[in-house]
Each structure stands twice: as structure tokens, then as C-alpha cells.
Design a protein around this ligand. Structure first.
Ligand SMILES: Nc1ncnc2c1ncn2[C@@H]1O[C@H](COP(=O)(O)OP(=O)(O)OP(=O)(O)O)[C@@H](O)[C@H]1O
Length: 359
């Protein structure tokens, strides 16, 4: 089911939780809504689900205008982080609940209902938990039950609000891979709210980055990392550090001493550069910025925190062939690229200067 949102607004007192949100989600797509706390992610999901009124704008799901359509007639499956299972019902009854609240005309008969619940238990790979009570389940198992309950009504759209929030990191990773596999098999259009960018990047086909009630950028994970369109997105997505500088004659020089200038096609004037750790490569050198912290990564490379001459720190990687970097050792920093924004919002990708260009 495709979802089209246009100019959506929702205020709480003087707070604009949604301030003109437009978004077009394709049928079968997995989209993550990513943004800092309070940026409007949950409100957007609640408006789509019909749990929150929209003040301005329109929502269309599968070609149908949603204004005035009550929540339970929207055909949407919802899993909220705090949408706990019913403690007085076992797993089977929790899942069947989704069906029992359907409007009478669409509610299946008992035998059909039981068959559907068993099918969902198989689909979510927890058939052995059918008779368990919620307090006898692990966090990951509870999430599977909550998802089975949301899927019970054969939703055409699935809305997930921080569904893994309560799980520890390892279980979280496992459950989200499983969820993505399930999505690929069922093909249900899915919107997931998260403030965890790793989760958004791993799961979603496209990510909508939200900032103060608006969509700052809606793109594939790779495009967001490679081409953030605003300083907010550049700072929020990835692990980039922000450094100030000045462009003159196509050359960016940093305010901080000890960093090489870069070539960038931007007008003269102040500029902000976003440097990802992988773009800052430390080489052994007799003098220069000091390595304050060094740690091995899961990929077998070394991640460093380097202290610049003015006391500011910068994340970097060690030159791949170099010796294992020592704390307190001096280094020379090479910058292989950066996203740069001029004061007027124009952006450019910076690259190392060739020696002939350094004046
Ligand atoms: N029922 C409400 N009453 C008053 N203000 C609200 C209400 N719901 C949300 N808000 C406000 O609207 C803004 C957006 O909230 P929302 O919950 O949508 O953000 P969010 O991005 O989901 O945040 P989080 O990641 O913390 O859940 C916030 O400033 C919040 O305080």
C-alpha cells in the first residue's frame, strides 16, 4: 500500500510537532523515520494510524483519503514500544485479540481465527510459545508476539514505533534482521520510527530524517551518508565532526591549526566542514597532533581520537599499513574528503589539494 502525506501539521499548544510534513512511500517499501527526540516521529506515526487528528494537510493510504476514517478501519498494524502485551492473556489470546476487535463483518469465525493465530506463530517462529504468559517471555519473544498481533489483521501497512527500544544490543540486532527478512517475504509497506541511525541504515530502503516537525531529507542510506543536503543531516547522520573554516579561491582552510587545506568549489567566505572519521587518516610523524585514544574496531582497523593544537579533538583512523598507533604519539593528519556547507547553504564535496594548488 503506498502512503502519501502532504503538508501535514499538528500542534500541541505552541509546539509544532508536525510542521508541514510531506512524504511519499512506495508500496512494499521499508522506510525509517529517524530524528532526535521531539522531532515529531511518533506524532507522524500516530496521525497515520488515526490515533491523532491531523490539523492541516492530507494523508492518503492506497489511494484512499484518510480524513475521518477511524483507526480500526484503516487496515494498519501497529507496534509501539510501550504497547505491552495483555498480561492476563496467554500468547495465543494476545495474537487473537487483534482479530477479535475487527469490525463484525470482517471478524473471522473461531476455528478460522485459531488457524490464523497458528499460522502467525509459525511465521514469527514462536510456535512453542503458544500457551506461555507474557511474563514468561524474553524481550525479543515479546516483540515477536506484538508483531504477530499486529500482523493478525492482514495489514497493508505496518507502523513500528521504536519496537526494539527495550531490547539489549545483541537481541536487538538479531530481531531486526529477522524483521527485515519477514518484511521481504510479506512485502508489507513498513514505517519504522527510530532514533538509532545504525538501525535505520541497516533496515530501511529509504530513511526520512526529521528535524523539528519537518522532513530534512528523504533518501537511501547510502545517499544520506554520501550527500547530506543540510548541515543538520550532515551532523546527525554518520559520525561526522563539524569543523569551521574559510574558503578563498576554491581552497578551504580550517580555523584549527594542524589540518591540511582542501579543494572545494564554493564561494569565498566562512564554511562548515563535516569530517567522517574514515576521512581523517593519521600517519606516524615526529611532531603534530597527539593521539589521545586508540582502539581496535570489529573490522580490524584502529580508531583514534586525536587532539588538535587548540585542544579540540577529532576522530580519525590509523593509516592501514602503519604500525599499531601508540597513545601520546604524534601524527600527521591527512584529510581524504569532507562535506562542506557555505554560509548561504550551498554545499560541496571537498578533496585533498594537489601540491601545485597550495599557495
Ligand atoms: N500529547 C502531547 N501533548 C503535548 N505535546 C506533545 C504531545 N505529544 C507530543 N508532543 C510534543 O510534540 C513534539 C514532537 O513529539 P514526538 O513524540 O512526535 O517526537 P519524537 O520524535 O517521536 O520524539 P521521541 O524520539 O522522544 O519519542 C515534542 O515537542 C513533544 O513534546
Amino acid at each position: 500500500m503506498s502512503v502519501i502525506v502532504e503538508g501535514l501539521a499538528r500542534r500541541f499548544g505552541t509546539t509544532a510537532a508536525l510542521d508541514g510534513v510531506s512524504l511519499a512511500v512506495r508500496e512494499g517499501e521499508f522506510v525509517a523515520l529517524l530524528g532526535p527526540s521531539g522531532s515529531g516521529k511518533t506524532t507522524l506515526l500516530r496521525v497515520l494510524a488515526g490515533l491523532e487528528p491531523q490539523e492541516e494537510g492530507r494523508v492518503e493510504i492506497a489511494g484512499q483519503e484518510m480524513a475521518g476514517v477511524p483507526a480500526r478501519e484503516r487496515g494498519i498494524g501497529v507496534v509501539f514500544q510501550n504497547y505491552a502485551l495483555f498480561r492476563h492473556m496467554n500468547v495465543f489470546d494476545n495474537i487473537a485479540f487483534g482479530l477479535s476487535v475487527l469490525p463484525r463483518a470482517r471478524r473471522p469465525r473461531r476455528a478460522e481465527m485459531a488457524e490464523r493465530v497458528r499460522e502467525l506463530l509459525r511465521l514469527t517462529q514462536i510456535p512453542e510459545l503458544e500457551r506461555r504468559w507474557p511474563d514468561q517471555l524474553s524481550g525479543g519473544e515479546r516483540q515477536r508476539v506484538a508483531l504477530a498481533r499486529a500482523l493478525a489483521i492482514h495489514p497493508k501497512l505496518l507502523l513500528l514505533d521504536e519496537p526494539f527500544g527495550a531490547l539489549d544490543a545483541l537481541v536487538r540486532r538479531e530481531v531486526r534482521r529477522w524483521l527485515r527478512g519477514l518484511h521481504d517475504r510479506l512485502g508489507i509497506t513498513t514505517l519504522l520510527v527510530t532514533h538509532d541511525q545504525e538501525e535505520a541504515m541497516e533496515l530501511a530502503d529509504r530513511v526520512a530524517v526529521m528535524e523539528r516537525g519537518r522532513i530534512a531529507q528523504f533518501d537511501t542510506p547510502a545517499a544520506l551518508l554520501a550527500g547530506p543536503t543540510t548541515p543538520f543531516v550532515a551532523g546527525f547522520v554518520g559520525e561526522a565532526a563539524r569543523l569551521e573554516g574559510r574558503v578563498a579561491g576554491g581552497v578551504l582552510r580550517f580555523v584549527q591549526p594542524g589540518l591540511p587545506p582542501l579543494a572545494v568549489a564554493l564561494p569565498d567566505g566562512p564554511a562548515s566542514a563535516f569530517l567522517h572519521p574514515r576521512d581523517v587518516v593519521a600517519h606516524p610523524a615526529p611532531e603534530g597532533p597527539l593521539i589521545r585514544l586508540a582502539r581496535a574496531t570489529a573490522e580490524g582497523t584502529a580508531r583514534l581520537v586525536v587532539e588538535l593544537a587548540d585542544g579540540a579533538t577529532l576522530d580519525a583512523v590509523a593509516e592501514p599499513q602503519g604500525e599499531w598507533p601508540q597513545r601520546q604519539a604524534a601524527c600527521r593528519l591527512e584529510i581524504t574528503g569532507a562535506q562542506v556547507f557555505a554560509a548561504n547553504g550551498a554545499r560541496g564535496a571537498a578533496a585533498p589539494l594537489r601540491l601545485a594548488e597550495v599557495r
